[in-house]
Design a protein around this ligand. Structure first.
Ligand SMILES: *Cc1c(COP(=O)(O)O)cnc(C)c1O
Length: 369
């Protein structure tokens, strides 16, 4: 059986190093916001080339805290609109609505799966305060056009970088392209912890200070609370694991690229539509390799019968979810057919060449019946 993502195998690559470090943290007696978190914030800052990194509890919180801080700073208020891709993972949208901001869903491009940048301007109103760009599936969603819109309309650009850590656009890492970015270290992400974890990066020092405060009960000094905060802290065990795994991230992303390259050149079946490969390979870290097919149910069943596990990211678009009755009436045809056709193939730094070969062979042998 070829697993979709063998997280255990990925982490076992670093067994000795992680085991030793976990014992150190255990023996230190200090478990939340300590030296491991400080080291991680510093290392990630250097890795990204960013002014500030704040470790938080998870990726959703990272995004929620960015909006919360803008509200605290008086730059956004309830009812303001945030542009977001309609086919993103629900977390991007929850981060907006949780702050009483209004998500304005914009259709993606079906070949890149990323926000169609040509459609943004039509959705900008006087209430628009930001664009939440999502580097979906690990592919950069950024062009000079975004900077033009930012200037023209005085918008904030926020990046949902949960799926694209390590990707680059124009020599800059994702997470440093806009005003602020949220990262997730959920175990299945390209940089995964042994539990939940997240971070915010920003070059805006005032925003960083506000986020740090809000994430720790609205307090910059113990028992002094300057605003109504929340509890969203990164713990030492997760930071210790991330400190180890960050060193291997580029190498692991490179392994994903090699697999993606093989899929792109060797899968040849007219029933399968391959994702578009960016001209600059640094613009993709292949968190997911997502194909489109009109025979999804059948193809998934066939692959499963042949020992290959696939997943669907995502089966139901956010505007069709019960959680968002206020969005249910929207018509977003591209988003809707994408959700009917997408299928994610196994891709990871521990997938072997033979396994990739098997997956390609089975896909190429599939005929319409
Ligand atoms: C995983 C993910 C998140 C949320 O991260 P968590 O750590 O699970 O809270 C946000 N946005 C996208 C696009 C994601 O894939």
């Amino acid at each position: 059986m070829i697993q979709f993502l063998d997280i255990k195998k990925i982490n076992l690559l670093h067994l000795e190093e992680i085991e030793r470090k976990l014992v150190d943290v255990f023996r230190s007696g200090w478990y939340v916001l300590g030296s491991e978190v400080e080291t991680f914030e510093k290392s990630l800052k250097e890795y990204l080339g960013s002014e500030n990194v704040i470790g938080v509890a998870n990726g959703l919180d990272a995004l929620r805290l960015i909006f919360k801080a803008y509200i605290e700073l008086g730059l956004m208020k309830a009812g303001d609109e945030i542009i977001v891709p309609a086919n993103t993972y629900i977390a991007s949208i929850l981060a907006i609505s949780d702050n009483q901001l209004v998500p304005v869903l914009v259709e993606p491009n079906a070949d890149t799966f990323n926000l169609d940048l040509n459609l943004i301007e039509d959705h900008i109103t006087e209430k628009t305060k930001a664009i939440l760009v999502v580097h979906l599936y690990g592919r950069v969603c950024f062009e000079e056009k975004i900077n033009h819109l930012k200037e023209k309309y005085g918008l904030k650009i926020i990046e949902d970088n949960a799926q694209a850590i390590g990707a680059e656009w124009n020599g800059k890492k994702t997470g440093t392209l806009g005003d602020a970015a949220g990262f997730s270290f959920y175990p299945g992400k390209n940089l995964g912890a042994l539990g939940d974890g997240g971070a915010v990066s920003t070059n805006d020092c005032e925003l960083a200070k506000t986020i740090r405060e809000i994430a720790n009960y609205g307090s910059s000094k113990k028992y002094v609370n300057d605003c109504k905060g929340v509890n969203s802290r990164l713990d030492e065990i997760q930071a210790a694991v991330l400190n180890i795994k960050l060193k291997y991230l580029d190498g692991e992303n490179e392994k994903r690229r090699i697999i993606a390259k093989r899929y792109l050149s060797e899968i040849k079946n007219e029933l399968i539509q391959l994702p578009e490969n960016p001209t600059n390979e640094k613009e993709h870290v292949w968190h997911l390799f997502v194909i489109r097919t009109k025979i999804r149910t059948e193809l998934q069943q066939y692959l499963s019968e042949n020992g290959i596990q696939t997943l669907i990211h995502y089966p139901i678009p956010p505007h069709k979810q019960k959680a968002y009755p206020e969005l249910n009436k929207l018509s977003l045809p591209i988003t809707e057919y994408i959700h009917e056709e997408v299928l994610s193939l196994p891709i990871s730094p521990v997938l072997s060449e033979a396994e990739v070969g098997d997956i390609i062979n089975f896909l190429n042998q599939k005929q319409n019946d």
